[in-house]
Write a protein that binds this ligand. Structure first.
Ligand code: NAI
Ligand code: PYR
Ligand code: MG
Length: 371
């Protein structure tokens, strides 16, 4: 299989989809790996490291895409990358299509086979290719939010741990999954007063047991959200309905009940965000203010800590990359019921139901395509 690894071009995205370690695994099985010049630099991997692993370094981005069968990326393709896709390509990357109609249309028009990291499942009901980056983003959310609380950033001037004689700041996390738990752990470590809201009682039980009351757990209702906006200094949005657009849980009207200078960190922004006033931001300009409330909505948070993130991400993706390379996408997906839901778009059709529903499109069962 001819495999290409482009350099990521999203704003301040420094991750790379394959490490030299992964390249060695692939070339050792007889596959051809072509890596765009400098693709690994942001994550601390030099071109020479890939060459030692048997890969070729390709300076010409047109040639890189034209000669590839399987394209490995990190972030959803940007418009100039969508334009390079053809029906001969299999693309394996984060897609987050339910939040982006134009990207969905572009991928459909390309005719390519597009497999998303974030909709692959595991036997425990988890999302194993989203989880490592959710861990990173959850851990970063509180440091981003704490910085945003500083006066110079438009924040209220609250120091999350407080000081002796002054109460700590209050952090509410909506959605107690991987992002939410990791954000809550960081906030707890800083000494903040931490509450997690979730709709899953089973998940709240796990968190209650794990943190023994040091993190408060609350069933997520309209009343609980009203209480959160009135009391929190920071709210972290960490809700996910897999593959679907995120529900808007905090409306613009509710911002009026928040303390001025409080902070909303919408980690779920890549699926559309859970606050009505959220819009995607970049690492170059991560925050903006609406009605006195600071919003942080960076859609590729892990890109800022590219070394750790690349290692964490590629540990999880490599077995799937090897299966795609060894078997081809059809057999790799047919053989693995947890890999199959990764297929989002094939030959002009949407094959993931929640994405199709988000845009009123027809969806095709992926099982009918791979058999
Ligand atoms: N901005 C970024 O750079 C990154 C964003 N993410 C995003 O973060 C989001 C969360 O991901 P994970 O934590 O991995 O998902 P997860 O599936 O582990 O957790 C989601 C949680 O939300 C809960 N939930 C669903 N509906 C709810 C509601 N109405 N109210 C309260 N809780 C509700 C679920 O019960 C679940 O516990 C996803 O959209 C993911 O794509 C992940 C990594 C990086
Ligand atoms: C999950 C995701 O969107 C990211 O890691 O950038
Ligand atoms: Mg996006």
């Amino acid at each position: 299989m001819k495999i290409a690894v482009p350099k990521e071009i999203k704003n301040h995205e420094y991750r790379v989809a394959l490490t030299p370690t992964g390249a060695r695994e692939l070339t050792g099985r007889g596959h051809t790996v072509s890596v765009q010049t400098g693709a690994g630099e942001g994550a601390g991997f030099q071109d020479g490291d890939y060459q030692l692993a048997g890969a070729t370094i390709e300076p010409n981005v047109d040639a890189l895409w034209q000669n590839a069968e399987l394209i490995l990326k990190v972030k959803e393709p940007q418009p100039e990358e969508v334009a390079r896709l053809t029906p001969e390509h299999t693309l394996f990357t984060y897609l987050h299509l339910a939040a982006e109609k134009s990207l969905t249309q572009g991928l459909m028009e390309s005719g390519a086979t597009c497999i998303a990291y974030e909709t692959i499942t595991d036997a425990k009901g988890g999302l194993p290719l989203l989880a490592p980056m959710s861990t990173v983003a959850g851990r970063m959310a509180v440091q981003a939010g704490a910085h945003s609380l500083e006066k110079a950033q438009g924040g209220s001037g609250v120091l999350l741990p407080g000081v002796p004689g002054v109460a700590p700041g209050s952090v509410t996390v909506i959605g107690g999954g991987v992002v939410g738990e990791n954000a809550a752990r960081m906030a707890l470590g800083l000494g903040a007063d931490v509450t997690i809201l979730d709709k899953s009682i089973a998940r709240l039980e796990v968190l209650d047991d794990r943190y023994q009351g040091r993190i408060k757990t609350v069933y997520s209702t309209a009343d609980a959200l009203d209480h959160a906006v009135r009391t929190a200094d920071m709210i972290v949005g960490a809700v996910l309905i897999p593959g679907a657009a995120t529900p808007k849980l905090i409306t613009r009207a509710m911002l009026a009940d928040m303390k001025q200078g409080s902070v909303l960190v919408d980690v779920a922004i890549d699926q559309g965000g859970c606050f009505e006033t959220s819009k995607p931001t970049t690492h170059a300009e991560p925050t903006y203010i609406v009605d006195g409330i600071v919003h942080y909505c960076v859609a590729n948070m892990p890109g800022a800590v590219a070394r750790t993130s690349t290692l964490g991400l590629t540990n999880a993706t490599l077995p799937f990359v090897l299966a795609l390379a060894d078997k081809g996408w059809q057999k790799a997906l047919a053989d693995d019921a947890h890999f199959l839901p990764g297929l989002n778009v094939h030959s002009g059709k949407v094959t993931y139901r929640a994405v199709a529903e988000a845009f009123g499109l027809e969806s095709v069962d992926p099982a009918s395509i791979v058999k």
